[in-house]
Design a protein around this ligand. Structure first.
Ligand code: NAD
Length: 304
């Protein structure tokens, strides 16, 4: 069994695959073009959110049996094309839940207290204490869109900050939400009543641009927006307008409509935007965990 690792994954996962007798090639910076050329030699492919695994790549994978996504979102893989060819697509749900929830909390606090902006100011030799007056989280309403694995962990952490937590997720039971003191509400209620809105849904036709011009209009003034899920769930152009008009107090983004993003977008020039380069799952613990989950899936398939 020949495995192509087309992204940086934990060394423990590579060692495990090798220990099970697999031939492993690591080409972390492979381009889509190169992948198209070499994929015919491999039985298994491991990726993260990059590279894109297109229909063309999948159709050229003559021996390909499994595509492992060392992470959660499989939106960079043409799952339909894989299924048509009987290729299994596996991901590692749960492996990076805590890391992403912790980054979300970090971004919420950073936005409320303008920590990155204050850091920049001090490093520029300024002492602007008044400028960096922020907001307290206690007593604020956190609206979570998508109360799945990550949303759930964010909710638990926010409760310990004494926040009121409401969530919109039509696919989970009110009991599950209630078990951690979260109120399930309608989408409109959440949009209109949250002080902070954080999205934790997958990117689908239903969720793309689910926060756009109309939603921003309905929100409370000075709302904070956090997106650690997928770029484009929050419409970037609409967000820019809402930030510029002062409707949105601060936005914190880990993900973008295009990655790397178009740095010329005026969004990146605004002082009230905090950005990180898609690092939700970038911790030692999460990378080890997702790598090992995928390695075990490949081994299980190999061993039948
Ligand atoms: P999950 O599947 O456990 O949770 C998603 C939740 O969204 C589910 O409860 C589902 O019912 C809900 N949902 C689906 N469609 C919805 C809709 N239209 N409206 C409201 N709720 C809806 O997934 P997860 O592990 O919690 O991951 C959530 C998101 O975070 C995914 O998009 C994933 O790609 C992203 N993610 C980002 C990073 C990062 O590095 N920033 C890391 C991990 C995951």
């Amino acid at each position: 069994m020949k495995v192509l690792v087309a992204s940086n994954i934990a060394k423990e996962a590579i060692e495990l695959l090798k220990a099970e007798g697999m031939e492993v090639d690591v080409r972390a910076d492979i381009s889509e073009e190169e992948l198209k050329e070499v994929i015919k030699d491999y039985d298994a492919l491991i990726v993260r959110s990059k590279p894109k695994v297109t229909r063309e790549i999948i159709e050229r994978g003559e021996k390909l049996k499994i595509i492992g996504r060392a992470g959660v979102g499989v939106d960079n893989i043409d799952v339909d094309a894989a299924t048509e060819r009987g290729i299994i697509v596996v991901n590692a749900p749960g492996g990076n839940t805590i890391s992403t929830a912790e980054l979300t909390m970090g971004l919420i606090i950073s936005a409320a207290r303008k920590i990155p902006q204050a850091d920049r100011s001090v490093k520029e030799g300024k002492w602007e204490r008044k400028k960096f007056e922020g907001l307290e989280l206690r007593g604020k309403t956190l609206g979570i869109i998508g109360l799945g694995r990550i949303g759930f962990e964010v909710a638990k952490r926010a409760k310990s900050f004494e926040m009121r937590v409401i969530a919109y997720d039509p696919y989970i039971s009110p009991e599950r939400a209630k078990s951690i003191g979260v109120e399930l509400v309608s989408f409109d209620y959440l949009i209109e009543n949250s002080d902070i809105i954080t999205v934790h849904v997958p990117k689908t036709k239903e969720t793309e641009k689910m926060i756009s011009y109309e939603e921003f209009r309905k929100m409370k003034d000075n709302v904070i927006i956090v997106n650690c899920a997928r770029g484009g769930i929050v419409d970037e152009d609409a967000l820019y307008e809402a930030l510029k008009s002062g409707k949105v107090y601060m936005a914190a983004l880990d993900v973008y409509e295009k990655e790397p993003p178009n740095f010329n977008h005026p969004l990146f020039k605004l002082e009230n935007v905090i950005t990180t380069p898609h690092i939700g799952a970038s911790t030692k613990e999460a990378q080890k965990s997702v790598g090992m989950i995928i390695a075990r899936d490949i081994i299980n398939l190999y061993k039948g």
